[in-house]
Design a protein around this ligand. Structure first.
Ligand SMILES: [Zn+2]
Ligand SMILES: [Zn+2]
Ligand SMILES: [Zn+2]
Length: 298
């Protein structure tokens, strides 16, 4: 696991409710960032992640229904899921834009590091975020490895990360689904924690979201690249260029496979939007439903 960083400190007299005076200073420079700027970006990212996990959960439900013989009631439910997924697709797009807004308006001392960091598909496997997920009873507290593998299922790097109130695996583990009210309370709780009078939580999050990737350790004692063991999070974080190349390769492979599949599908199209359009209303519509635009493996 990665070591804790210390690049931020709270401004003097931090314990105030006046949001304009809550600032985090960058250690070693005169720069600072208002706490609400950090909080707004993290909340935007959380909302996007939640919607992506909600969509993933629904796609899973759709797939389970599609794979078995259905009665009329189940057909109706499938169509309902289908419509909800269409709505979610819009919501995800709006949240992506909201996150972009927060990212684009970050102070210049932070933005390049954040953009560089989040180019790595496993950027979120940082100590502070893993600890947070464990403390909240998310998938990192169990053996399922959902968080670790989540980036494999999504084409876009945005919206990938640790569990939210929408995580299907956590829901199965809890044995119940949160109500909309409870989900909204959980988001409010995150907002309160980020803007709390005590800076402990927001400092940890600032380190996770805005600290440069750790400098890799010397490789002299490492085994050769033929090692079959899984790379650690730290190794993954230090492999940004390789990871990107690999991702490009994977994307090209995916696209090749998709092209092959599309040859057999009557609605084949070059448009990314139409590629993910659920085929509601067609005679065999539900069967052909696909969400390749959002997820790689569903
Ligand atoms: Zn899990
Ligand atoms: Zn989970
Ligand atoms: Zn996690």
């Amino acid at each position: 696991m990665l070591t804790a960083r210390q690049n931020f400190k709270p401004c003097e007299g931090y314990g105030t409710d006046d949001r304009e005076h809550k600032r985090l200073h960058f250690i070693g420079s005169k720069g600072w960032v208002a706490t609400f700027v950090v909080a707004d970006l993290i909340l935007a990212e959380y909302n996007l992640r939640g919607s992506v996990q909600r969509a993933a959960s629904l796609v899973q439900s759709c797939r389970a229904l599609r794979e078995r013989k259905r009665n009329k009631k189940e057909d109706a439910r499938l169509l309902e899921y289908d419509k909800t997924l269409m709505k979610l697709r819009r919501i995800i797009n709006i949240y992506e834009l909201a996150l972009y807004e927060q990212q684009a308006t970050l102070p210049e001392d932070l933005r390049p590091t954040y953009e560089f960091l989040t180019r790595n598909p496993v950027w979120y496997l940082r100590k502070e975020l893993i600890d947070d997920c464990i403390a909240k009873g998310g998938c990192c507290s169990r053996e399922c490895r959902c968080c670790e593998n989540r980036h494999l299922h999504r084409k876009s790097r945005k919206g990938t990360g640790h569990c939210t109130a929408e995580c299907r695996c956590c829901e199965d583990h809890r044995g119940f689904e949160y109500t909309e009210k409870e989900k909204s309370n959980i988001t409010d709780q995150l907002r309160r924690m980020l803007n709390h009078r005590g800076p402990g939580f927001v400092l940890r999050m600032a380190e996770a979201y805005f600290s440069a990737p750790d400098i890799p350790e010397p490789t002299s004692s490492k085994p050769t690249s033929e090692s079959t063991s899984e790379p650690t999070a730290k190794e993954k974080l230090s492999e940004i260029p390789n990871k990107e190349e690999k991702e490009k390769e994977e994307r090209e492979k995916d696209e090749k496979e998709k092209d092959e599949n599309d040859k057999d599908e009557k609605s084949s199209t070059a448009s990314d939007f139409e590629d993910v359009e659920p085929l509601i209303g067609e005679s065999e519509g539900i069967k052909d439903f696909k969400w390749k635009g959002l997820f790689k493996k569903y």
